[in-house]
Write a protein that binds this ligand. Structure first.
Ligand SMILES: C[S@@+](CC[C@H](N)C(=O)[O-])C[C@H]1O[C@@H](n2cnc3c(N)ncnc32)[C@H](O)[C@@H]1O
Length: 237
C-alpha cells in the first residue's frame, strides 16, 4: 500500500496527475449520473491499490477531525459514530481509536473492500450502503456523524437530499461534523466537485441543529488555494 508519508512530494505529484485524468473522464462521462456510484467504483477499481490514484484520499485522517477527536473522545463505552461515505476508512478508524463504536459505509463496494484490506484488525463495522436508502435502524442512532466531501461529490440538485439523509443519522443531542469545499454565493458550482454555497453548508440550521463551531480554512495546492469549511453541529435534543 502506498503511503503519503514515504515521499509526500512524489505522492502529491502522482495524485495531481490522477486528479487531472479523472476530472477529464468525470466531466466527459459521469457528471450527469444521478447517484454517480459508477464513477466512484471506477476510481477505486482503476487505482489498483495505489492510494495516490484516489484524489480525495489522504491515507490519514484530516487534521481538523483528529484535533477535534483528541478533545472529544467517547465519554462512555456505548457512544456510536458513523463515517458516511467512508472511502478508504481513515476517518472511521480515527473515530474508533477515540473510543466510539464506529460504522463506516460507502456506496462503492470497491472502497469498502479496500478499507477492510487496509485495516485487517479493525474494530470498525464496514459495509456497502447508500445514503439515499439507509437502514431504518440507523436513523437517529448515532452520537457522532462525520461527513467529508460527500455532499459536494454529487450534482447540486442532490445536495439538499444528501444533507437531509446525513442529518437523519444523528441522535437527539448528538453531533454532526461536516468538512466541505465552499464557494462564494455569487460563484457557479461548476462541478464536479460541486462546492457548497453558504445556504448549502448552513442547511443543518433548518434541519434542527445548532452550530457549535465553524472554521474556514484553505487547502493550499501547487496551482490554487481551495476554501473549506469545518463545522460542528449539535442536534437539538
Ligand atoms: C469525494 S469521496 C470522499 C470519501 C471520504 N469521505 C473521504 O473523505 O475520503 C465521496 C465518497 O462518497 C461516496 N458516495 C457517493 N454517493 C454516495 C451515497 N449515496 N451513499 C454512500 N456513499 C456515497 C463515494 O463512493 C465516495 O467514496
Amino acid at each position: 500500500m502506498t503511503s503519503n508519508s514515504d515521499n509526500p512530494q512524489e505522492f502529491e505529484a502522482r495524485r495531481r496527475a490522477a486528479r487531472e485524468e479523472l476530472n477529464a473522464l468525470d466531466k466527459a462521462k459521469f457528471s450527469d449520473d444521478a447517484n454517480r456510484a459508477g464513477f466512484f467504483n471506477m476510481v477505486y477499481q482503476r487505482a489498483e491499490g495505489d492510494g495516490a490514484q484516489v484524489p480525495w484520499a489522504d491515507l490519514a485522517p484530516k487534521p481538523q477531525l483528529a484535533e477535534w477527536l483528541a478533545e472529544n473522545p467517547a465519554t462512555g463505552e456505548n457512544m456510536r459514530a458513523v463515517d458516511v461515505a467512508c472511502g478508504l476508512g481513515d476517518h472511521a478508524e480515527a473515530m474508533a481509536a477515540a473510543g466510539y463504536i464506529t460504522t463506516g459505509f460507502d456506496i462503492a463496494d470497491q472502497a469498502i473492500s479496500w478499507a477492510k484490506e487496509r485495516f485487517p484488525e479493525t474494530k470498525v463495522s464496514y459495509s456497502k450502503g447508500d445514503l439515499l436508502n439507509l437502514p431504518q435502524e440507523w436513523v437517529g442512532n448515532f452520537d457522532l456523524v462525520y461527513e467529508c466531501y460527500t455532499i459536494q461529490s454529487v450534482p447540486e440538485a442532490m445536495h439538499a437530499a444528501i444533507s437531509k439523509a446525513i442529518a437523519s443519522l444523528v441522535a437527539p443531542g448528538g453531533r454532526l461534523i461536516v468538512i466541505a469545499r465552499i464557494r462564494a454565493d455569487d460563484e457557479e458550482a461548476n462541478g464536479p466537485p460541486w462546492h457548497l454555497n453558504s445556504q448549502e453548508y448552513n442547511i443543518f440550521k433548518d434541519l434542527g441543529f445548532t452550530r457549535e463551531s465553524e472554521s474556514m480554512y484553505e487547502v493550499v495546492r501547487a496551482d490554487k488555494n481551495i476554501p473549506h469549511v469545518f463545522a460542528v453541529w449539535r442536534k437539538v435534543g
